[in-house]
Ligand binder design. Structure first.
Ligand SMILES: C[S@@+](CC[C@H](N)C(=O)[O-])C[C@H]1O[C@@H](n2cnc3c(N)ncnc32)[C@H](O)[C@@H]1O
Length: 406
């Protein structure tokens, strides 16, 4: 079956009600934010009251859309994804935190005053009329802070490692400052919306193109001027805006959701039998752990060893779905576990993926066997390439492969 997705879907007689407008947190390659109505409708077509697992949750947008109406198992190998899930799925009693945002700002400012007091010479002014050479000297001076040990400052991961790269020193100072304050709430559910709001602010202040695979160099005046726009942004207003939005969006939620940071095979092995699985694996050769390493580091805040110009952490997950030699085996492992759990599966993939739809269907039919019916839907979709240059978006076909036990 092949259908073309129209934007204003008529709400069907839903068994599951979904929220179409979920506050978004980060720019994310392959996010299904734009397709959330279509996905929720498709889930509803086969849903019969079972729990739902979002196996490769990424931004956890599905948890945001459905987390108020059914029990969700949200999983992704990356730790930041669990923060997004716990933001959308948490059980919040916001009235216990009157004046939360002001309190955070006051505490963060204290950290900033302390660091400024310790290091009064660390001032980098982008408002001066800089020529290209002066600009690059300013950037280099910040990049060189990686050689300073900042021993007087407890939370210095970002000022030390990322100043003058994706963010300016000043932006890194605010990232560290809000991260310190977040830690005070680490035993409460509100820790997660605080961290999510900080990741939102980081995404919209970063001078890179929506991911952290590489920061841009100022090779000419035009690129310098563009980078300066980002250097002059401030973390705080973005943070405050998102936290307000998340406080409004979230509420009490007692549905006993489960959030894990497992490899997809381990997650499937642990799921209750019959769980409906939504799987949206990576479909290009690009590893998420390289694109979003800085988010992982913010969440773990573990002062990792960093390598290369992009300052990547060394313990990056290499997904089998991103490797030509392993992708077939990865799908076989997926379908085999779905069959073992007698689960229904909705699988998203793209016509620009590592293997063709035809090949996936062959693997599905072979691995799931005669006890499953497999069908597909197709959606025409404009997909962001996460670049700021010519090829900003691309017309792609998104497939939804639906497998149901008889
Ligand atoms: C296409 S993205 C999912 C996007 C998500 N559906 C959304 O709307 O934001 C694929 C996700 O798979 C995760 N991933 C890659 N390999 C994995 C593995 N072996 N086990 C679990 N998650 C994995 C990545 O971290 C990434 O977040």
């Amino acid at each position: 079956m092949s259908i073309v997705f129209k934007r204003n879907i008529v709400q069907s007689k839903n068994k599951l009600k979904h929220k179409s407008k979920v506050p978004h947190i980060v720019k994310y390659m392959g996010s299904k934010r734009e397709l959330i109505d279509f996905l929720a409708e498709s889930i509803n077509e086969i849903y019969e009251g079972e729990p739902i697992c979002d196996l490769f949750a990424g931004t956890s947008i599905l948890s945001g859309a459905l987390g108020h109406s059914t029990r969700i198992y949200s999983n992704d190998i990356q730790a930041y994804s669990a923060v997004f899930s716990k933001t959308y799925l948490g059980n919040f009693k916001w009235d216990e935190y009157p004046d939360l945002i002001n309190t955070i700002v006051i505490k963060a400012q204290k950290h900033i005053d302390y660091v400024n007091n310790c290091y009064p010479d660390l001032k980098f002014d982008y408002n001066l009329q800089l020529d290209l050479n002066e600009f690059n000297v300013l950037e280099q001076r910040q990049q060189d802070l990686i050689y300073l040990d900042f021993e007087d400052v407890d939370y210095h991961l970002f000022i030390k490692n990322y100043s003058g790269t994706y963010w300016s020193y000043e932006q890194c100072l605010w990232i560290d400052a809000i991260r310190v304050v977040a830690e005070e709430y680490s035993n409460t559910p509100i820790y997660y919306p605080i961290l999510s709001s900080l990741m939102f602010a980081m995404a919209y202040n970063a001078q890179s193109t929506g991911h952290y695979a590489q920061y841009r160099d100022a090779n000419n005046v035009a690129s310098m001027n563009d980078i300066i726009i980002y250097r002059c942004k401030e973390i705080l207003p973005y943070f405050e805006k998102k936290l307000k939005e998340l406080i409004e969006f979230t509420d009490k939620n007692t549905l006993k959701h489960v959030v894990t940071t497992l490899d997809y095979k381990d997650c499937l092995d642990e799921l209750p039998r019959g769980t409906l699985v939504y799987a949206d694996p990576p479909y290009t050769f690009v590893h998420y752990s390289r694109f979003y390493h800085a988010l992982e580091t913010l969440v773990k805040y573990d002062y990792p060893n960093l390598l290369f110009k992009g300052r990547y952490r060394t313990d990056r997950h290499q997904s089998p779905f991103c490797k030509r030699t392993e992708v077939v085996g990865a799908f076989e492992d997926l379908f085999e576990r779905i069959r073992n759990k007698n689960s229904k599966l909705l699988l998203s993939y793209s016509n620009t993926g590592m293997i063709s739809l035809e090949k996936i269907l062959n693997i599905a039919n072979k691995t799931l066997g005669a006890n499953y019916i497999v069908s597909t839907k197709t959606v025409d979709y404009t997909h962001s390439t996460m670049g700021r240059s010519e090829d900003k978006s691309r017309e792609v076909k998104e497939y939804l492969i639906i497998a149901k036990p008889l």
